[in-house]
Ligand binder design. Structure first.
Ligand SMILES: CC(=O)N[C@H]1[C@@H](OP(=O)(O)OP(=O)(O)OC[C@H]2O[C@@H](n3ccc(=O)[nH]c3=O)[C@H](O)[C@@H]2O)O[C@H](CO)[C@@H](O)[C@@H]1O
Ligand SMILES: C=C(OP(=O)(O)O)C(=O)O
Length: 435
């Protein structure tokens, strides 16, 4: 597959787009299948690089995998190959994505040991894993980090439940600790737990497998350990990050777009955050309808001060959509401060937007002030390199709104998280090809 997109921007798009299954949920759910020897069927799995890599790791680990249809697989981890997990091959494979880190909790819970190289994922600043290992240690695991090999090792004959106060509400950290605790002896309580829909879905699936988790959706989870988990079926939610991206795309390209089956109840503050940027979006059953809008005006705070959009652990606004907010603001009427609190290297892509004609001041690595152009002067097409998965999609949206041709290289970073993005965009009228 080629690594470059060629885009001719400035076209109005129109039609319906259906979001893929959620990437970050899929990564959790696929790791959880290791917790049982019985069959787990999972539907709406997005066909994206990160998820496919994790499926390959599971296959190499000895998990039996059957593909029933697009995005619909059964997994059976009734006999696993621990030699693979200790091999040089896994050191390479596991390091290719972030989500692989969540294999550790299930390995430890079911097999009493777990190994992992430093995981990959976006290069968006420091991404520590302390919360994961502190949680495992609190449950009774022995932890060793081989600095030279960047190799994490965990062992535990028996995990025992206890009260764990997390240092930070880490998404993958919470998932890992939950998956370790479901098979631990006694009761675990996790306070300051992350509670993104990804995690709610994971907990609901684990309960269907026989786990006893309560407090789902809150930051205090109570988990009564059980001896055995069985098979189940699970369907991924639509990807909320994609949904937010298509809202942004509609506004930037003045297009009328319907986003199908978004499952509104799981979108939290996302719709209202885009409404604050002045974008009209309406609920139509489970769809989002965005009419073609010539202009959108950023709201101010009640006291008249400039709007800030910042990220926060759920139910706050997800950091994975801030790059989209930023790009959308470049053509809004008004000014907004985008404050990326969690990650320190996720805003540098603004340089490219500035090259394209956007008015942005990068105040520091965490904050950018965007002065919208009110569609009075369009962005200009240019050549760029996708720096990370979300900035890549934001630049793609910028290119679709811009006049002239744009080239985006390193689209591997976009394919990591978005299924057949060029094909789906062409279906609503975009001029985009892989070259
Ligand atoms: C595979 C996967 O699911 N990746 C997601 C997951 O990554 P991941 O689970 O790796 O991210 P974490 O939730 O652990 O932390 C993200 C960053 O925010 C900081 N932090 C986190 C919580 C907190 O209360 N305060 C704080 O400052 C952390 O130090 C870290 O730098 O969650 C991130 C935060 O939603 C998302 O961007 C990633 O897309
Ligand atoms: C940062 C992200 O991914 P990962 O954690 O897999 O790097 C993301 O999905 O926006």
């Amino acid at each position: 597959m080629s690594g470059t997109f060629q885009i001719r921007g400035g076209k109005q798009l129109q039609g319906e787009i259906t979001p893929q299954g959620a990437k970050n949920e899929a990564l959790q759910i696929l790791c959880a299948i290791l917790l049982t020897e019985e069959e787990v069927r999972v539907k709406n799995i997005p066909d994206i690089h990160d998820v496919n890599r994790l499926i390959e790791i599971l296959a190499d680990f000895g998990v039996k995998i059957t593909k029933h249809a697009h995005g619909d697989y059964s997994f059976k981890a009734d006999s696993v190959n621990f030699d693979y997990i200790k091999s040089a091959e896994f050191k390479k494979d596991g390091a290719k994505l972030r989500g692989s880190i969540m294999l550790l909790g299930p390995m430890l819970a079911r097999f009493g040991e777990g190994y992992m190289p430093t995981p990959g994922g976006d290069k968006i600043g420091r991404r520590r894993l302390d919360t994961h290992f502190q949680g495992f240690v609190e449950l009774g695991a022995e932890f060793r980090y081989d600095e030279e090999e960047a190799w994490y090792c965990l062992k535990a004959k028996q995990l025992t439940g206890k009260f764990i106060l997390l240092e930070e509400a880490s998404v993958t950290g919470t998932a890992n600790i939950i998956m370790a605790a479901v098979l631990a002896k006694g009761e675990t309580r996790i306070y300051n737990a992350a509670c993104e829909p990804y995690l709610q879905q994971l907990c609901n699936m684990l309960n269907r497998m026989g786990a006893k988790i309560s407090g789902i959706g809150s930051n205090l989870l109570t988990i009564e350990g059980v001896n055995y988990l069985g098979g189940t079926e699970h369907t991924m939610l639509p990807d909320m990050v994609e949904i937010g991206s298509w809202i942004g795309l509609a506004a930037m390209t003045k297009s009328e777009i319907t986003i199908k089956n978004v499952e509104w109840d799981h979108l939290g503050v996302i719709p209202n955050t885009f409404r604050k940027l002045g974008i009209q979006l309406d609920r139509s059953g489970e769809d989002i309808y965005i009419p073609a809008q010539e202009q959108y005006k950023i709201q101010k705070f009640i006291d008249g001060s400039i709007l800030t959009v910042s990220d926060a652990p759920w139910p706050g606004f997800t950091p994975d959509l801030l790059s989209i907010v930023l790009v959308v603001a470049t053509q809004a009427h008004g000014t907004v401060l985008v404050h990326q609190k969690m990650f320190e290297s996720r805003l540098f892509f603004v340089d490219k937007l500035i090259d394209m004609g956007a008015q942005i001041i990068l105040c520091d690595p965490h904050r950018a002030t965007v002065v919208g152009l009110n569609h009075e002067s369009p962005l200009r097409g240019t050549s760029m390199v996708s720096p990370d998965i979300r900035a890549g999609n934001a630049l793609l949206i910028a290119a679709l709104s811009a006049t002239g041709q744009s080239i985006i290289q390193n689209i591997e970073q976009i394919d990591r998280g978005y299924e057949n993005i060029d094909g789906r965009l062409r279906a609503i009228g975009a001029d985009i090809i892989r070259i």
